[in-house]
Design a protein around this ligand. Structure first.
Ligand code: ADP
Ligand code: MG
Length: 346
């Protein structure tokens, strides 16, 4: 496409892609061969995209900075003028605030891509197999409670599928946004799940990013034995091991580099599944409170899914320009505000 695409939607791509920027960037290609057309294909095909633009490799952000910059600054509500801070040291195991019966589970995930490989939007079969091999080798060295095994998606048994799906640890073929971005190519080759023996830690390989590293605790009884700091510290230990064994794509200002600009920086989405019986009635008010604390609301089965049985996914929206710990604190503060309003908890 060499002429400016007309769009009528609310995506950040639509807001910032002017004919001037389009014409300046349209014939550029990264060294691995990623173009503006590829970056915006998903946004153009899906008018209801929130962001609408993906990176194909680490270089995409710099080469197409004219369009990525305003998108990133608006999404993360920052200006890109400082070194991205990072702090993945363990946290004090303090009582979790808020401790609520409404919380069903805590989940924190971190997105990472390996240096020197194209990202999932652009990678070929060789890249995908290479990422899988390097990641699995590193993961199989994990010890203690992080010790686990790797199952390629194509080799999952029916019962493994059922178990992992019930635990919210399964991933499937990406939705239409990822489909249009090219992330589902040659599905499910070289995609798989590393899962710890206790199923509290998992790594998705070759989903939207090379790695999605997940720590997940269901509450249940006794409720006080789990909490966001435990979930976080497990993840921090895993990350320290992975940092030593793998080289991640990173930029001083943009932090860890991810397929979608919404995940730049920490790559961290820290959230809870929380049961809010008042959600349908008070959706507008709950969303306003969430917005005030820079939190995001998703459906029970992930982004752009329905809310089932009043179980809502609430997580931090900003990931760039703040530390991992700040992501957690933001979540806790916002949750306290939501839980303080008894209309919402029913
Ligand atoms: P992400 O992009 O962060 O991986 P998605 O919105 O794509 O998240 O959802 C991925 C999966 O994670 C879905 O199956 C969703 O149900 C599950 N999930 C998200 N938050 C939680 C949580 N707090 N507890 C349990 N499962 C969760
Ligand atoms: Mg996702």
């Amino acid at each position: 496409m060499s002429s400016f695409p007309a769009q009528a939607n609310t995506s950040l791509l639509n807001r910032y892609l002017t004919p001037e920027i389009f014409n300046e960037l349209k014939y550029l290609q990264t060294k691995t061969g990623f173009s503006l057309n590829q970056a915006i294909e998903s946004g153009l095909k899906n008018p209801d995209s929130t962001i609408g633009i993906y990176a194909g490799d680490a270089e995409s952000y710099r080469l197409f900075f004219k369009i990525f910059k305003p998108v990133i600054e608006t999404y993360h509500k920052i200006s890109i003028d400082q070194i991205h801070p990072s702090d993945l040291n363990p946290m004090d195991d303090r009582p979790t605030a808020p401790l609520s019966h409404a919380i069903v589970s805590y989940r924190i995930r971190i997105a990472r891509n390996l240096k020197r490989f194209a990202f999932p939007t652009l990678m070929d079969d060789m890249d995908r197999a290479g990422v899988e091999e390097l990641a699995v080798n590193a993961l199989l060295k994990l010890k203690g409670d992080l010790k686990g095994s790797y199952i390629p998606l194509g080799e999952l048994t029916k019962s493994q599928r059922v178990t992992l799906a019930a635990e919210h640890l399964l991933f499937g073929r990406g939705d239409r946004f990822m489909e249009a971005a090219g992330i589902n190519r040659n599905w499910p080759a070289s995609r798989g799940i590393f899962i710890s023996d206790d199923h509290r830690f998992a790594v998705w390989i070759n989903e939207e990013d090379h790695l999605r590293i997940i720590s997940l605790d269901r509450t249940g009884t006794p409720r006080t034995t789990v909490g966001i700091t435990k979930t976080y510290n497990r993840l921090a230990r895993a990350m320290a091991h992975l940092e030593q064994n793998l080289k991640f794509a990173r930029d001083p200002l943009l932090g860890y580099l991810t397929s979608c600009p919404s995940n730049l920086g920490t790559g961290m989405r820290a959230g809870v599944h929380i049961c809010l019986p008042g959600f349908k009635t008070w959706e507008k008010e709950i969303t306003e409170t969430a917005d005030k604390y820079q939190l995001q609301i998703r459906g029970t089965h992930g982004e752009k899914t329905e809310i089932k049985d009043n179980v809502v996914d609430i997580s931090n929206r900003q990931r760039l320009g703040i530390t991992e710990k700040k992501c957690i604190e933001t979540l806790e503060q916002g949750l306290c505000a939501i839980l303080a309003d008894q209309r919402f908890t029913g």
